[in-house]
Design a protein around this ligand. Structure first.
Ligand code: PMP
Length: 312
């Protein structure tokens, strides 16, 4: 029998990483209720957005769109702002996050902790923040990643997250369906492209809150699944609409209940969007048992929701 140490202590890879950005990615793929769940909440900055922040900033530097001393400005409901603030801190850029009102207070505090300036708009949705960030982004000395429209977002999700996930899936597993919440749509479209490279029939299904199913039913409403459904149809989705096979909606209450169960029964301290993703994935399997291998994601960590949703 293997020793306890050999059983529980993983082999270390390289000893030292250059900086925290080198620790982005290589997140675990955990099977929960028979669904493959990519644990993106374990990235530095606590969400999937660490990847596009790192990728887009590196690309912008390489293409000369971002130079030392410049300011990065971006509209974000939270996670992208936090991730960009982390990248900006490491690389020495000034950072301004334009954020709608009503996001969890921890999101604002995290960006500020990394030295970013947070500009809060009066709106609950991201629209107003978007207009401000894009206006400043056109000025000299500013770079705006434009996450909702930027094809580099899709490209990252296909080439980095997508390739990584395909390497982790068991060799015999052909992904039958992907379900993913739509914030920018970058994860759904990019990861969908990657999974379709292995199985061209893979169903790519977008997730929206029931209270704000903007794409499926042209509704914009208040919801609690922070990080998705920002109040408009993002340009990435408009440009790739034919790559989306279906849409599913989950109510905020259901998402939060499932989020608590994930923490309680599975030790996964995640946010409401992760709860929504797992509920949606199970429903898709129930409605279509032929879809055996289903992939979804746990996009952000739960600590920043403790006050709002866990202890409520
Ligand atoms: N869940 C959470 C918690 C998020 O923050 C995001 C990104 N805003 C998503 C899901 C969806 O990601 P995307 O922007 O790629 O659509």
């Amino acid at each position: 029998m293997a020793t306890l140490a050999a059983e529980v202590i993983p082999q270390s890879r390289s000893a030292v990483t250059h900086n925290i950005l080198d620790a982005i990615g290589n997140t675990p793929l955990v099977e929960v209720d028979g669904i493959y769940c990519k644990c993106e909440f374990l990235n530095p900055s606590g969400s999937i957005k660490a990847r596009i922040a790192h990728y887009i900033i590196a690309r912008a530097e390489r293409e000369g769109l971002l130079r030392p001393g410049d300011t990065i400005i971006e509209a974000s409901s939270g996670n992208t702002g936090n991730a960009l603030a982390m990248v900006a801190a490491v690389k020495g850029y000034k950072m301004q996050v334009v954020m709608p009102n009503g996001m969890s207070s921890a999101r604002v505090a995290i960006s500020r902790a990394h030295g970013a300036e947070v500009i809060l708009t009066g709106d609950f949705h991201v629209n107003e923040a978007l207009a401000i960030a894009e206006e400043y982004g056109r000025k000299p000395g500013y770079f705006c990643p434009r996450q909702f429209a930027n094809e580099w977002n899709v490209e990252e999700n296909r080439r980095w997250l997508g390739d990584e996930l395909l390497r982790q899936l068991p060799a015999e597993a052909r992904p039958d369906a992907l379900v993913c919440g739509i914030g920018t749509g970058g994860t759904l479209i990019g990861l969908g492209q990657a999974l379709r490279a292995r199985n061209p029939d893979c169903q790519v299904i977008g997730l929206e809150p029931a209270e704000s199913c903007t794409i499926a039913c042209a509704e914009v409403g208040h919801h609690q699944i922070e990080g998705i459904a920002d109040g408009f149809i993002p340009e990435i989705i408009r440009n790739h609409r034919n790559e989306v096979d279906g849409l599913i909606s989950v109510a905020s209450d259901t998402a939060i209940e499932e989020m608590r169960r994930l923490a309680n029964e599975h030790g996964l301290l995640v946010g409401p969007s992760s709860g929504a993703h797992l509920v949606a994935a199970r429903r898709i399997r129930e409605n279509n048992p032929a879809l055996k291998t289903i992939v979804t994601l746990f996009c952000d960590e739960g600590e920043k929701y403790l006050a709002e949703y866990y202890n409520a």
